[in-house]
Design a protein around this ligand. Structure first.
Ligand code: BTN
Length: 245
C-alpha cells in the first residue's frame, strides 16, 4: 500500500495528542498527519491517567483524522475500528490479542496498547479526531505501579525497528479507517465483538455498588457495555462506571 500518511517525528514533546490538537487549531493539517515522538513528558492516558513509556522504546503517536462520515451518535465506531486496526497489526505478528472495553488492547491478561481519541464535533458529525496510540514494542521492564504491562518484545523475545513498526501499524489503521467509508457499521461491530475481551465468559467486575460476577454481552452503538449478572439482571454501563477485576 502506498504510504498516504505524513509523519512528523519529534524527539520530545509533552503529549503527541496535545501537539496534534494545537496543529489542527493552527493550520488544519492534511488528514493522516501523524505526530510521533521518542518521549512524552506528559503522555496522557484515559481518565486523566499518565501514559508511561520509556524513551525510544515504544510507539507513542497521534493520527489526525477528519471523520466527517461518522455521526456523533456513532462516535464509538471510530474507537472500534482503530482497535481492530491494532488487532490486525498484532495478528500480522501472529499475536492474538483482545479488545478490553472500551479502549485497551490486551494480550492474555496484560495490556499491550492504550488508545486515547480526542474528538471535536460539528453539528451532528465528527469534525476532527486525534487518535492517540501508545503501544509497547521494545520495553520489557515497566514501573512497579504498572504490573500488568506487556510488549511485543516481551511476547516474541526479539527487538523491533520502531520506524518499520510505525509504518506497518499505520497501514493497518488507515486501511480500517478507509474501509469504514464503504462498509456498514454492522460488519465493524461483528469484528469488534469477535475480539472483545471476556465476552460471554463469567468474570468479576466492580461498579458503584461493589464487586459482582457477570458476563459481557455486547456493546451498544454509543459505546456503553451490557453486562448480565449471575441473577440474570442486565446492567448497562457508561465509560468509567465499570471496572474489570
Ligand atoms: C490509555 O490506555 O489510558 C490511553 C493511552 C494513550 C497513550 C497515547 S501515547 C500517544 C498519545 N499521546 C498521549 O498523550 N496519549 C496518547
Amino acid at each position: 500500500m502506498d504510504s498516504n500518511y505524513h509523519i512528523i517525528h519529534l524527539s520530545e514533546i509533552n503529549s503527541t495528542n496535545d501537539f496534534a490538537k494545537e496543529l489542527i487549531s493552527k493550520q488544519f493539517p492534511v488528514e493522516f498527519t501523524v505526530i510521533s515522538c521518542d518521549y512524552q513528558t506528559k503522555g496522557k492516558g484515559q481518565h486523566s491517567n499518565v501514559w508511561h513509556s520509556d524513551k525510544a522504546k515504544n510507539l507513542t503517536f497521534s493520527l489526525i483524522t477528519y471523520p466527517t462520515h461518522i455521526q456523533i451518535d456513532n462516535q464509538f465506531y471510530l474507537s472500534k475500528l482503530i482497535s481492530l486496526g491494532i488487532i490486525d497489526y498484532l495478528e500480522s505478528k501472529k499475536i492474538e490479542c483482545k479488545i478490553k472495553w472500551p479502549n485497551d488492547i490486551y494480550y492474555e491478561n496484560k495490556k499491550i496498547c492504550g488508545i486515547l481519541i480526542e474528538n471535536t464535533i460539528s453539528g451532528t458529525i465528527l469534525k476532527t479526531a486525534v487518535i492517540g496510540i501508545g503501544i509497547n514494542i521494545n520495553q520489557t521492564e515497566f514501573p512497579k505501579d504498572i504490573p500488568n504491562a506487556v510488549s511485543l518484545s516481551g511476547i516474541l523475545k526479539k527487538q523491533f525497528n520502531l520506524n518499520e513498526e510505525l509504518e506497518l501499524l499505520l497501514n493497518f489503521l488507515i486501511m480500517r479507517y478507509m474501509n469504514s467509508h464503504k462498509i456498514n457499521f454492522t460488519i465493524i461491530n461483528e469484528a469488534y465483538h469477535k475480539h472483545l475481551y471476556k465476552i460471554n465468559q463469567p468474570a468479576l467486575f466492580k461498579d458503584k455498588n461493589g464487586i459482582f460476577e457477570g458476563t459481557v454481552c455486547e456493546t451498544l452503538h454509543d459505546g456503553r457495555i451490557i453486562i448480565e449478572t449471575l441473577d440474570k439482571k442486565v446492567n448497562i454501563y457508561n465509560f468509567k462506571e465499570l471496572e474489570f477485576l
